[in-house]
Design a protein around this ligand. Structure first.
Ligand SMILES: CC(C)(COP(=O)(O)OP(=O)(O)OC[C@H]1O[C@@H](n2cnc3c(N)ncnc32)[C@H](O)[C@@H]1OP(=O)(O)O)[C@@H](O)C(=O)NCCC(=O)NCCS
Length: 171
């Protein structure tokens, strides 16, 4: 089977904009992305990823039949957390439920452990984001705890979850 992730291309900007320009996606992410999210915003993101330090930002398109239908990234933290990194992802709504996010998470974590000194990858979904929690659980992440009242999103105080995956022995 073809891999679920591939490098970003500038020509993906319209597909990326279509994926992000959706409240059902944005409502599950951190704030900061513009809404509406234009092709220009998408191109700016792709340019930023292509010029980011390759040992700190591992960002890829989630692809189906070659077409970008989502986004995934692992970003190294700083200071004493410099060997830990945060995972984030989303899939365009028409492609939910096909197993794409799970495949992408597994592929990217394997890639990052094999190609960097990172020892811990974590993700912080909203506690009510059952689909994302399931993706993490299917990908081998462990729930470490509930971060109570850890976010203020769209006027609501929300719990979040701390999930992590550690570098496998021997890698
Ligand atoms: C979360 C998201 C990335 C999942 O992508 P996806 O490609 O559909 O994920 P997968 O198909 O690999 O797996 C989804 C799993 O969640 C399950 N699921 C979906 N909705 C669910 C719900 N409401 N309750 C419980 N489980 C649910 C699916 O059944 C599937 O599990 P299964 O294989 O055991 O049946 C996608 O829904 C999305 O982009 N959401 C908006 C952005 C987001 O939440 N990003 C993550 C931020 S932490």
């Amino acid at each position: 089977m073809e891999g679920a992730i591939r490098p970003w291309r500038r020509s993906d900007s319209a597909d990326l904009a279509a994926a992000v320009n959706n409240r059902n996606v944005l409502d599950n992410l951190r704030d900061g992305l513009p809404y509406p999210y234009t092709g220009k915003d998408a191109l700016q993101y792709i340019e930023s990823v292509l010029s980011a330090p390759p040992d700190s930002v591992f960002a890829f398109a989630i692809a189906l039949d070659g077409r970008a239908v989502g986004s995934i990234g692992i970003t190294r933290c700083g200071n004493i957390h410099r060997r830990t990194a945060e995972l984030g992802y989303y899939v365009a709504e028409p492609y939910w439920g096909l197993g794409l996010a799970t495949r992408a998470v597994c592929e990217l974590c394997e890639y990052v452990f094999a190609n960097s000194d990172i020892i811990r990858i974590f993700a912080e979904p909203f506690a009510r984001n059952a689909a994302s929690r399931r993706v993490l659980e299917k990908s081998g992440f462990r729930l470490e705890g509930i971060l109570r009242a850890n976010a203020f999103k769209n006027g609501e105080v929300l719990d979040m979850c701390m999930y992590s995956l550690l570098r496998p022995e021997g890698i």
